[in-house]
Structure formats: structure tokens, C-alpha cells
Design a protein around this ligand. Structure first.
Ligand code: F6P
Length: 332
């Protein structure tokens, strides 16, 4: 707790962008204004702090951005910030701009950078934003709902043509290390099977038998959702062809899941998180990540937050098994 009056703060977006980041930036600016604090946008993440790349936030910068994907402050990954020399340059920028605090929006890597900056004496706050929703300290990360709905919309369109042609579709969604997006989307689109990094793939059981059971229940088109961290949709398509003779159509959704207008959930969550990050600074607190937990907002100290793990709710597979039309009756 500090009794130093916060006069000016910086805000930056870092790592993979996520729909809703602009809503955070807007909320930070508006809330800072409300508390009589000036806010400075740092462009291009930590690299921007090293280079002194900034824009003074005002209504023109944030106007009509709450519903826009991407980040008006750009984002970048910064190997230079991982060096002591790079961090010293960033510290010099904070001093030059008279920043009393920095809000870092992004994922775990972003928070590790924020922790390092705080160790140089700059108060920081973190806001979790990644479409993967794989940050352990928070139930929810900004961008997840928007990315899921983009993927669901794409897969719904795919299902129309797969149904018409009675084909198998293999769809690769994002999630380099985590299957939160894949499993959520898989349940939402009634996938025949969902493959995630957290579950070791038994191709015969998890893919072939699921397709065969679906066929036995009268279904003639099939939807396999695979997280990129669980494997390549192209390879899975080839293996299905080798095993069953059908010719799957493969779709890699890729970066389309990172764009588009943020959903209401992401806008609202982003706005709350931006507000609480600035409010913490205004009330003399720092060094935490703004997290959602049990529907509320909590501040988790960054070092503690970085140690926290979040595990995929594997019981969702039980749900998929039970309700998907491929179930073969009573649980074996
Ligand atoms: O971390 C979010 C994410 O979209 C991952 O799901 C994906 O694997 C990665 O970023 C892609 O990173 P890049 O945009 O650098 O290719």
C-alpha cells in the first residue's frame, strides 16, 4: 500500500492480441480520468516501453473502440525486455514519462515482464487477456468468449456443407498448450470428438470409434475438433482416411479466432477489469493481477498468480460422451 498520489499511469498490450483489449484500454483511460489520473498508451508492448513509443490517451484515441477487435496500442513480443539492459531502458522511459504505474494487458509472459519491472520499483497491475483462457489465476481471460463464438460460427457453417455431402470435417482451433477453447467449442457444436493437449490421444478410441458409433446411430456426417496443441488436423484427416476410407475435409481456423468484434461478455469483463486495475492504483495498491473468481473480481499478487495452475475440466468429456449422439447407451 502506497500513499503516493498516482498522477500518471501507462497501459500496454502484449503477447497474442485478443478481442476486448481495446475495451480495456478505453476503460483504463476513462477510469483514470475519473480519478484525476493521466493515462499514457504504450505502443507495441514491452518493446514500446524500451523504445519510448507512446501516445497520450484521450477521447479521440478510445472513441468507438469498445466494440473493435485487435488493440489500438499494437502488441509485440519483446526478447529485449527479457534482458537486464532492456529492462533498464524501459525503466528510463517510465522515469522520463513520469509514470507512477504501468498496467500490462496480456498473458503469463506479460505478467512475468510486469513482475520484473516491479522489481525495478515501478508499480504494476496485470489484466489477463488471451483467447486461450489458460491463465491459472483467473477463471476467465478477455477474448475467450469472442474466440469461441467465432469458432462456433465457422463450425456451424462447416456443418451445413458436411451434412449435405455426408462428409467428415476435421477442424483445428487455437490453443497451443491448452484445450479450453477446443472443449468449450466442441460441446457447443455437438462435435463427434474433441482432441486436446491435456488428454493423451488414443486415435482408435477417441476418433475412429467415435465416428463408427455416430454412424451406427444413423449419423452420416462427422465433426472432429482438435486443439492445435493436440495435433495437426491435416495429419488427423490422413489417418481417418487410412482407417475408414472416407476423405475428410480439413479446416484450420487459425488467426480468424483472434479477430472480430468482442462479444458483450468480453466488453463487459474488459471494462470491469480496466476499472478495477486503475481503482487499485488510485487506492494505493499494485503488484497484482485482476482476476475473475466465482463471478467476482479479485486482486492476486503477481508472483502468486504466476504459480497458479488451471486444469481443464475433464468432466466436460463425460458430458460430451453422455449427450453427443455418438453415445452407445448406458456408460460402460
Ligand atoms: O496465445 C494465444 C494464441 O492465439 C495461441 O492460441 C496461438 O497458438 C498463438 O497465440 C499464436 O501466436 P502468433 O499470433 O504469434 O502466431
Amino acid at each position: 500500500m502506497s500513499d503516493k498520489k498516482i498522477k500518471r499511469i501507462g497501459v500496454l498490450t502484449s503477447g497474442g492480441d485478443a478481442p476486448g483489449m481495446n475495451a480495456v484500454i478505453r476503460a483504463v483511460y476513462r477510469t483514470a480520468n475519473y480519478f484525476g489520473i493521466q493515462s499514457i498508451g504504450i505502443r507495441r508492448g514491452w518493446q514500446g516501453l524500451i523504445n519510448g513509443d507512446f501516445v497520450v490517451l484521450n477521447d479521440d484515441v478510445v472513441r468507438h473502440t469498445v466494440g473493435r477487435g485487435g488493440t489500438v496500442l499494437y502488441t509485440a513480443r519483446s526478447p529485449e525486455f527479457m534482458t537486464e539492459a532492456g529492462r533498464q531502458k524501459a525503466l528510463a522511459t517510465c522515469k522520463m514519462l513520469g509514470l507512477d504505474g504501468v498496467i500490462a494487458v496480456g498473458g503469463d509472459g506479460t505478467f512475468r515482464g510486469a513482475l520484473e519491472l516491479s522489481r525495478l520499483g515501478v508499480p504494476v497491475m496485470g489484466i489477463p487477456a488471451t483467447i486461450d483462457n489458460d491463465i491459472g489465476c483467473t477463471n476467465y481471460t478477455i477474448g475467450f468468449d469472442s474466440a469461441c463464438n467465432t469458432a462456433i460460427d465457422c463450425i456451424d457453417k462447416l456443418r451445413d456443407t458436411m451434412q449435405s455431402h455426408e462428409r467428415c470435417s476435421v477442424v483445428e482451433v487455437m490453443g497451443r498448450h491448452a484445450g479450453f477453447l477446443a472443449l468449450y467449442v466442441g460441446l457447443a457444436v455437438d462435435a463427434t470428438s474433441v482432441l486436446v493437449p491435456e488428454r493423451e490421444m488414443d486415435f482408435e478410441q477417441h476418433v475412429i470409434e467415435r465416428i463408427q458409433n455416430a454412424r451406427l446411430s444413423g449419423i452420416t456426417h462427422f465433426m472432429i475438433v482438435v486443439a492445435e496443441g493436440a495435433g495437426s488436423a491435416v495429419e488427423i484427416g490422413h489417418k481417418i482416411k487410412e482407417s475408414l476410407g472416407m476423405d475428410p475435409r480439413v479446416t484450420v481456423l487459425g488467426h480468424i479466432q483472434r479477430g472480430g468484434a468482442p462479444t458483450g461478455r468480453d466488453r463487459e469483463t474488459a471494462t470491469r477489469m480496466g476499472y478495477y486495475a486503475v481503482k487499485a492504483f488510485a487506492e494505493g495498491r499494485s503488484g497484482s493481477v485482476i482476476c475473475t473468481r466465482e463471478g467476482g473480481i479479485v486482486e492476486t499478487p503477481i508472483e502468486e498468480a504466476l504459480k497458479m495452475q488451471k486444469h481443464l475440466q475433464m468432466e466436460r468429456y463425460d458430458i460430451l460422451e453422455a449427450i453427443s449422439s455418438t453415445s452407445t447407451g448406458i456408460k460402460q
